[in-house]
Design a protein around this ligand. Structure first.
Ligand SMILES: [Zn+2]
Length: 694
């Protein structure tokens, strides 16, 4: 095969003990997307309609790599992108390299994309995990055009690079893959990340000035990827799908092998759609904040007489925006709650009267963002809330149930619905749910609820009762889930988050030892490690030997990382000191991934006292961390500040933040968000106690 075509070496010259490698000259591209990989990789080869494909991984990991999945997802993405952009893949070959100790998830190096080994699972993947892989493959490939062929001028347009790849990857999956619920998944992941980030005090406009690379790193966040991706999803509805596509294609053609700016991009979209996008750009890109939309309606004699959509904005970010979405009307028909009418609306300003709604049969539930087109928080009217609670399992569309379950949890997070009421609602209703995305959402939220209960000030008997109820429910779901299903794996994972009673820990140990079986559930090495970590977290049984036995059977890199996490999570002063000092003082003796695994598991929510005992030591290292020029290390350090749902927790962070000391932007952001989460948790606790008294 022609080496020049493959982009591999042209020749190798021996020079004594040294070798000199020559590579062919490539087309012009930006320096940040150059990469060099060396090592005895395991290599798989394939071909995507003439584009040579290679996939590489460490020899020891090769047995777990599923090259068929990788190549199928890769070919499907090429099939989608080339006609969509109307530009053939611009480089001569396409390598995907799975590398150890990679800091990020993946990186779009020209024609040689790197992936974190975390994308290789050592067991049977769930559909959601396979979709995550398909998604990252498509994301990095989208960058080959958008980012690599046309490169932004400066980091202030970073968001466009990432948002575009995020949106395009999902579009590619929705249009050309085996996955049928791409947008539900987008709602569950990307959009929730975006909403959450936009509510935090560190939110920022999507487009903002970036002085240096430290600031750029602090901005790889839920606004850059999530909100940007979400509003790009809105644009094809706003402009027209074909107009949007044409604008993108023209932009890429005109600026190939050049640098570009946001105005270039917007200009091309506007020209293709015949629309001036100045106002859109002002509202969406230069102003931060999340709008809330709510529908209020009146009915008479079974018909709607008026319906108004109200838009509001947070005090600090008062911008109201223009968006196109749909209003969904739901009614019970033959025992199920069905979408009886979807009305497309373009809303703007504070109030929009929806004339098309008048005369329609009176709805039992009104959902003002049907189909999830808009980027907005939904506040349900009281009638809809009431009907939703009574009929959640009668609602026909899984996507609607998903959005309603999310709204319900949002009310807990906003301290509008007491945590205990949410838990009892979920435990009475979630058992009938069969849609995997809803199951994933509710089981995650039950895991969060369990963690919050560790932290909120509450009568201990009440706490025990609620936590035990969650544990029992999750164990029951795990038993009842269909053998071998994704729901079974999901409930297993939540079980390892919430198991804490002697009975549950004993069950977990029996599962680990193979003395107990759940039909269809095969424990892969990572699941085994979850159970071992659980044993260590509660100092249950032969927790130390459990680590040793597992390491003896499987001494892989991943196993060793899991062993570190299992040791660091023990509720023992010596485990905390050891790993804290490793992170703070001896960090050069460890790989970043080892420090990350330790930092992530050092202070689970029930170990508040151990955190308090170590807090001063953590804070004393701050000055040194601040001078670090390794953003990944700063991020790891920031993980040492766990949820601390107390006035003192809020105050400590305020002391640091208000001291006037300059902080690394990444650290400052993490601490501000942590303070905000602590305060939120206090609000939840206040509501919980208020409601219990009342
Ligand atoms: Zn990206």
């Amino acid at each position: 095969m022609d080496h020049r075509q493959l982009g591999t070496r042209e020749k190798v010259e021996k020079n004594g003990a040294l070798k000199h490698w020559y590579f062919p000259q490539s087309a012009k591209f930006s320096s940040y997307i150059f990469s060099l990989h060396a090592g005895p990789f395991h290599v798989w080869e394939d071909d995507a309609d003439g584009i040579p494909l290679r996939l590489m991984a460490r020899q020891s990991l090769a047995q777990y790599v599923k090259p068929d999945d990788w190549f199928t997802f890769t070919k499907q993405s090429f099939e989608f992108f080339q006609p969509y952009f109307e530009i053939d893949y611009p480089f001569v070959k396409y390598d995907q390299v799975i590398v150890p100790d990679f800091n990020a998830g993946a990186m779009e190096n020209v024609a040689a994309v790197t992936f974190n080994e975390a994308y290789v699972s050592r067991g049977e993947k769930t559909q959601a995990q396979r979709m995550r892989l398909a998604n990252v493959i498509a994301h990095e490939m989208a960058h080959m055009w958008f980012g690599d062929l046309v490169t932004m001028n400066w980091w202030d347009d970073l968001w466009l690079n990432e948002s575009f790849a995020t949106y395009m990857a999902n579009l590619s999956l929705a249009e050309n893959s085996e996955f049928t619920n791409t947008w539900e998944n987008f709602y569950l992941g990307t959009k929730q990340w975006a909403y959450h980030s936009d509510l935090q005090p560190t939110t920022h406009a999507i487009q903002l000035p970036v002085k240096n690379t430290d600031e750029a790193f602090a901005n790889f966040d839920g606004i850059t990827y999530g909100k940007g991706g979400s509003i790009l999803k809105q644009l094809p509805y706003y402009l027209g799908k074909e107009e949007f596509r044409k604008g993108v294609s023209n932009y890429l053609k005109d600026l190939s092998y050049k640098n570009s700016t946001l105005d270039d991009f917007m200009g091309h979209l506007g020209a293709a759609a015949g629309k001036d996008l100045d106002q859109w750009q002002q509202q969406w890109l230069y102003q931060a904040g999340l709008n809330t939309i709510a529908a209020s309606f009146q009915c008479d004699k079974g018909e709607v007489t008026s319906l108004t959509l109200t838009q509001s904005a947070p005090e600090d970010y008062p911008t109201l925006r223009e968006q196109r979405t749909q209003i969904g009307f739901y009614n019970m028909e033959n025992g199920s709650m069905v979408l009886s009418k979807a009305i497309p609306v373009l809303y703007q300003g504070g109030k929009t009267k929806i004339a098309e709604a008048v005369g329609q049969p009176c709805p039992q539930i009104v959902y003002p963002n049907e189909g999830d087109w808009a980027f907005a928080k939904v506040n349900l009217d009281p009638v809809s809330v009431e009907n939703m609670s009574r009929h959640i399992n009668d609602i026909e569309k899984p996507f609607t149930r998903l959005m309603l379950w999310q709204s319900l949890y949002d009310s807990v997070y906003d301290a509008k619905l007491p945590l205990d009421e949410y838990v009892s609602f979920a435990l009475s209703n979630a058992g009938s749910e069969r849609d995997i995305n809803v199951v994933r959402l509710v089981s995650h939220h039950l895991g969060y609820a369990y963690s919050y209960l560790n932290q909120v000030a509450i009568d201990p008997a009440k706490r025990d009762e609620l936590q035990l109820a969650i544990e029992n429910f999750v164990w029951e779901q795990l038993q009842q889930a269909q053998a071998g299903s994704d729901a079974q794996k999901t409930w297993f994972s939540t079980f390892t988050d919430v198991a804490h009673s002697e009975t549950a820990l004993a069950d977990a140990r029996l599962l680990l030892q193979g003395e107990r079986n759940i039909d269809g559930l095969t424990l892969d090495p990572d699941m085994r490690w979850d159970l071992i970590a659980l044993q260590n977290q509660h100092l249950f049984g032969d927790y130390e030997q459990a680590i040793e036995r597992e390491l003896a059977a499987d001494n892989s890199d991943r196993s060793q990382l899991n062993a570190i996490a299992a040791e660091a999570v023990r509720p023992l002063a010596e485990s905390k000191t050891k790993w804290l000092e490793n992170i703070l003082q001896h960090r050069d003796d460890f790989k970043l991934s080892q420090l990350k695994y330790a930092a992530f598991s050092l202070f689970p929510t029930e170990q508040g006292e151990l955190y308090e005992a170590n807090m001063e030591r953590i804070i004393s290292a701050m000055d040194e961390v601040n001078t670090s020029d390794a953003p990944e290390y700063v991020g790891t350090y920031a993980k040492l500040f766990p949820l601390n749902c107390s006035d003192r927790g809020v105050q400590q962070l305020s002391e640091i933040l208000d001291s006037g000391k300059p902080l690394n932007p990444l650290l400052e952001k993490a601490l501000k968000n942590r303070r905000f989460e602590n305060q939120r948790c206090l609000n939840m606790a206040a509501l919980l106690n208020g409601s219990n008294k009342g």
